[in-house]
Each structure stands twice: as structure tokens, then as C-alpha cells.
Design a protein around this ligand. Sequence first.
Ligand code: ADP
Ligand code: F6P
Length: 447
Amino acid sequence: MHGFVVVANRVPVDATPGGLVSALEPIARRAGGAWVGWIGSPDERVEPFEHNGVYIRPVALSDEDVDRYYEGQSNSTLWPLFHDGVEPATHRRAWRVAYEAVNRRFAEAAAEVAAEGATVWVHDYQLLLVPGMLRAARPDLRIGFFLHIPFPPVELFMQLPRRADFVRGLLGADLVGFQHPLAAQNFLRLTAQLLGLRPDGDRVEYDGRTVTARAFPISIDVDEIDRLAADPKVQAESRRLREELGGDRRALLLGVDRLDYTKGIEQRIEAYGELLAAGTIGNEEAVLVQVATPSRERVVQYQQLRERVEREVGRINGEFGDVGRAPVHYLFQSRSRAELVALYLAADVMLVTPLRDGMNLVAKEYVAARRDELGALVLSEFTGAAAELDGAFPVNPYDVDDLERAITSAMRAEPVELSRRMRRMREYVRTHDVGRWAADFLKTLSG
Ligand code: ADP
Ligand code: F6P
């Protein structure tokens, strides 16, 4: 039995953990905590085990569960709907039923490992029903929920079949955390519209309890990025990359994302192609590197996106390239943290242009890596990060002219201006790291 339990779709055993794992694993370890999650491959039954001092309680998913709960309801219904419907959401009864069944399995596993009065922290859109299920089984628990992605405007959320069930599910928590204050507001408005509740400020009474809904913008492990950026091997790799790509004569523009249609990768590449076509940027003057991590590859929208991106990269390289000098270097690969930091250090302009993103940690990683206080960040207005990083070059990624303007302004800004902007952002990121995020959330949850 454990006094602190994390419940998330995936367990923290990946070789390259993201921000969530690096934030929560030390806390879980210090608390002698448990972590409930899916091991990541279908039909794999694994007994509970210890990993880095954390008790891992795997939840098995069959191939059909992966198809319906993960690829279906989570990533073809909720993901697109919660990201402004940038791709149309698909609604299937069988997916919803599987989602409910899998959420119940996660809730049961959490109830099984949580000690009397324990704190349980549930994460993300794959598990919206878990807080309510857990509350019903274990009223003694202190339950927190954090949504890592955006929470949609009321009008969009209303399209969701059985929408009230999801709101009731979240209301099972004592504290519901979001990336942005507007997301918390959207949620509170829905409690009034769908359930007739009366939110007051950031609180709402439900079922004889007070539920708080508030923004807790997530961040990164700044020290980890800083350590990598200071590593002579990483710096040497960064210099090698720059040399390979044309040295200081050629500005290096960089994109690093999961290959996801919310990230605006297509729009970014299209804008770069137009700048080359118009002669605003010459191939000898700049190069674009796009690292795209394979993601959700069995979902059709992701397969179609991959085809579109690869076709466009091929077209641009064919039309504007020279022998030994391609305008766009596209890597459909995952890279180690050290390699990513070497790329961040090498990049003159970091392009973070999602159509919608709950936060975007890549933007914060770029800032944390730039110990030299140089480099420009082009940042979509539709990311959570834009509310925090006011030294970025803001952009509307739906507007190709605006993308082109932002790219060229960032490329041509004076070093003194870049330093001024970067210093401001670094100061903010340094004082708002992921440790502070987790501590703020847990302090509020404990009352
Ligand atoms: P999301 O959670 O939607 O994937 P974020 O930008 O918030 O987007 O977080 C992505 C995380 O994954 C970051 O920590 C980033 O460093 C990492 N990442 C993104 N692309 C790659 C890649 N090609 N290789 C390795 N890690 C990556
Ligand atoms: O918050 C975004 C998110 O969906 C996380 O829940 C998840 O860990 C990450 O992106 C990667 O997605 P996936 O787990 O589907 O590979």
C-alpha cells in the first residue's frame, strides 16, 4: 500500500523520459510511491515490479483495447476535439465503451495500491473518467487530476457524445489542473451548463464536496537541460552539426515535434518553401532541419500527415536544392536528449508553430539550452507556452504570410535584441521549472 500514487496512461520505464516522468518520478520515489500505467505494447501481461525506487503497477491492454481505448476514443475522438477540431473527431460507441472499461481497470488498480487517505494524482485525457470511479470506490482518498492538453471551448465540448459523463468523471477529483486559466474557465462553465452547478471563482460544489479548477502551467527539468548544454561533448556535437549544414554562412532553422497534425509542421514547411520560391531566402543562406518523432502510427490521420509532409519536403528539395545542399533535412526519428540539446544549441531559429498545443515543452527546452543567450524562438500564439514566454516572436500559424514574416524577422534580428529577448525567457523558465509545478499542484491538493 502506498501513500502517493500516480496514474497515467504510460509507465515511466521509457529509455528517454519526457517532462512528466522527470518531474514525478523523484517525488514518487521520495514518497515510496506507486505508478499505475500501461507498459506500452498490446497483449503484454507484466507483474508489478520496482523501477528506480517506484512500485510499478502495470495495467494490461489487449490489442482490441489499444485499438478502441488508445487509438480510438483517446486519439481519434478526444485528442482532435480538444485541439480545436483541427482534424475532425470521430465518434464511435464501441470506442467509448472500451474507454470506460479501461478507465475502470486503471481506477481499480489505483484503488488496490493506495493506502488509506493516500494522495492519488491522475493524468491526462486518456483517463478522464478515473477520478469519478476512484472517488466512488475510495472516498477516503485525496484525488488530483491534471490535463496536459487544452480543454476546448464549451461549444466544441458540447459535440461530444455522453459529454456530461466526462465532466462528472473529472469532478471526482478534489483539484483539477489545467495548462491555462481559460481551460479551467471552460471546464467550470460546463459544470453549470451540463450539470446545473454554480461555480464560484475557481471552485464548485459537487456531491457535498468542493472541487477546485485552476491553471498550473507545466514546465521542464531545467537543470537536466542546462547540464547537457554545458557538456563539452554536446557542444562539440553542436559545432559539428553546424559545420555539416554549411557553417556560419547558413542560418539553421529547427523544428522538433512528434509527427502530429496539431504541431503545424506542414504549415511551417510550406511557409519555408514559399520563402525559397519568392527568393526572400536563398538556399545558400539558410537550412531547415525538421526532427519528427514517429507517433500513433496506426491512426490514419497520422499516416496521411506523414505522407503529406514527406511529399512536400521532397518537392521543396527537388525544386530548390543543390547537389550536397538540401534546403530541408527531415528526420522521421526519435533522438536522445543529448542530441536534441546539441540541435537546440546549433539552431539560430527554433520554429514552434502548433495550431493548438496545451503547453509545448520543446519551446521551454530551447530556452533552457541557450546558455549563450542567443537564438530566436518563433512561437505560435496557440500554445500554452505563449502565455509565459514573452521574448518569443509570436506567430499565427494559420496565416502563411504571418509565418513568413515571423521567420524572416527572427532570422534577421540583431544579436543585441535576441539576447534581450532570450534573457527574459531564461529568467522565467529558470524560476518556473517542473519541480515547482509539481510542488504547487500537490500543495494546493493537500489543502
Ligand atoms: P507533446 O507532449 O505533444 O509531444 P511537447 O513539446 O510538450 O509535446 O513535449 C514533447 C517532448 O518530447 C519534449 O520533451 C521533447 O524534447 C520530446 N521530443 C519531441 N520530439 C522528439 C524527438 N524527435 N526525439 C526525442 N524527443 C523528442
Ligand atoms: O500530453 C500529450 C501526450 O498525449 C501525453 O499524454 C503522452 O505521454 C504524449 O503526448 C505522447 O503520446 P503517446 O503516449 O500517445 O505516444
